[in-house]
Design a protein around this ligand. Structure first.
Ligand code: FAD
Ligand code: NAP
Length: 339
């Protein structure tokens, strides 16, 4: 296909916060050739290239003086199948949740806990997406990326990606790697992860005694729909802050002051605090200031009630971060990618 370049395009439909900013240039890549053509076009115009997927982990605070390339490549294929373990590859532009539902329809387990996460397959390794006790690193088999520094394709195995909690090598080296396709090892005989939040309890309430991956997915989708705002209705980018990891000593000191503190051991002596609990405790849950606010059901989610700018959302985030620092001595780190 021939790359279609468009000048001064609104990015409002392309970010789930629904923030109105313009891209100087905009294009969609349906295959590797269009990706290369976009890189060449950006170089020719003397502009940076900004790659996006579903725009569900972005906070855009100004017009984007770049060529914005939306990954729109499609395709899912079975690479190998030994009867039990199945290696599946998906193109970067595939919608993540469509891909998850496709795997479940094939009777393949592994991605069920990651159901209903917005965005694309290509962005999933960027922050090692995770939910309900599973991260993509747990089923990750490899990916193909374009090295934008030299234009060569590079294969990454698990060890090469430096996956960590909402982190990866790709996030730490911004602008270098353009992820083209991702591979996952899925299974017909899955070990289910049910001990997180109300998953097991909800299955029991439904009378499901021998759950399948599809059952787990259904229950998780229901919980998520109850708790999280749909970006189509209320602009948001999911959790706005990462859960902070602090020392056991600091956790203990906080627990002396707050007996209901929510903290989970990390296995290395460190403790993960629930950022949502801290924000709720500080009284921000349901807070609204004009067009921006903190969701009433989920304190970790900042929302755009309509017409908010990225700068207003960012200013609210900074107020919350400073307040949490002052009250609890805990530093919150923003999760979405800021432009
Ligand atoms: P974008 O927002 O478009 O991009 C994110 C970053 O990745 C940007 O830096 C972009 O430049 C880069 N990028 C995108 N595609 C590529 C590519 N092909 N190659 C190289 N770089 C690329 N996240 C979780 O981890 N767990 C959750 O449970 C979760 N729930 C969410 C719920 C809601 C309601 C929302 C709105 C968000 C949620 N998120 C969650 C955050 C978000 O959905 C994920 O991080 C998702 O993977 C982002 O995908 P995207 O395609 O929208 O990425
Ligand atoms: P929740 O179940 O209310 O739990 C609150 C926090 O406690 C979560 O952030 C979670 O950490 C942690 N937690 C809960 N049970 C845990 C356990 N058994 N072991 C370790 N940590 C535990 O959270 P929620 O907001 O409804 O979200 C449910 C899941 O979806 C979480 O995994 C969350 O990360 C994910 N989610 C992510 C986003 C995003 O944008 N990143 C948005 C919505 C939901 P973790 O976050 O580390 O899992």
């Amino acid at each position: 296909m021939i790359l279609q370049l468009q000048e001064r395009i609104s990015l409002k439909p392309y970010n789930t916060f629904g923030v109105e900013v313009a891209a100087r240039w905009f294009a969609q890549a349906h295959d590797d050739d269009e990706v290369r053509a976009a890189i060449a076009a950006a170089a020719e115009k003397g502009l940076p290239l900004m790659v996006i997927g579903g725009g569900s982990n972005l906070l855009l605070t100004r017009d984007v003086d770049a060529l914005v390339l939306r990954m729109a490549s499609r395709g899912v294929r079975v690479v190998s199948d030994d009867g039990e373990r199945v290696l599946v590859e998906a193109e970067a532009g595939e919608v993540w949740d469509d891909f998850v539902r496709w795997t479940l329809a094939q009777g393949l387990g592994g991605l069920e806990n990651l159901s209903l996460i917005p965005g694309t397959v290509g962005a999933a390794p960027m922050q090692n997406i995770g939910a309900y006790g599973v991260e993509i690193k747990d089923v990750f088999a490899g990916l193909t990326a374009l090295d934008r520094e030299c234009g060569e394709l590079r294969e990454f195995g698990l060890e090469d990606c430096a996956f960590a909690y909402r982190e990866s090598r790709f996030k730490r080296e911004p602008g270098r790697w353009l992820i083209l396709r991702v591979r996952f090892t899925l299974s017909r005989v899955t070990k289910l992860h049910l001990d997180y939040g109300p998953v097991r309890q909800r299955l029991a309430e439904e009378g499901v005694t021998a759950p399948t991956p599809a059952d787990v997915s259904r229950v998780i989708c229901a919980i998520r729909r109850e708790k999280l705002p749909d970006p189509v209705v209320l602009g948001n980018a999911g959790s706005f802050f990462k859960n902070p990891v602090v020392s056991a000593k600091q956790t203990e000191a906080l627990r002396q002051r707050y007996s209901d503190l929510v903290a989970y051991p990390q296995g290395d002596g460190q403790m993960k605090l629930a950022a949502g609990w801290l924000i709720d405790k500080a009284g921000w849950k349901g807070f609204r200031d004009g067009a921006v606010g903190v969701h009433a059901q989920q304190a970790l989610v900042l929302v755009n009630y309509g017409g908010a700018t990225g700068a207003q959302l960012h200013a609210l985030a900074k107020r919350i971060r400073d307040d949490i620092q002052q009250r609890f001595g805990v530093e919150l780190e923003m999760e979405p990618n800021l432009y």
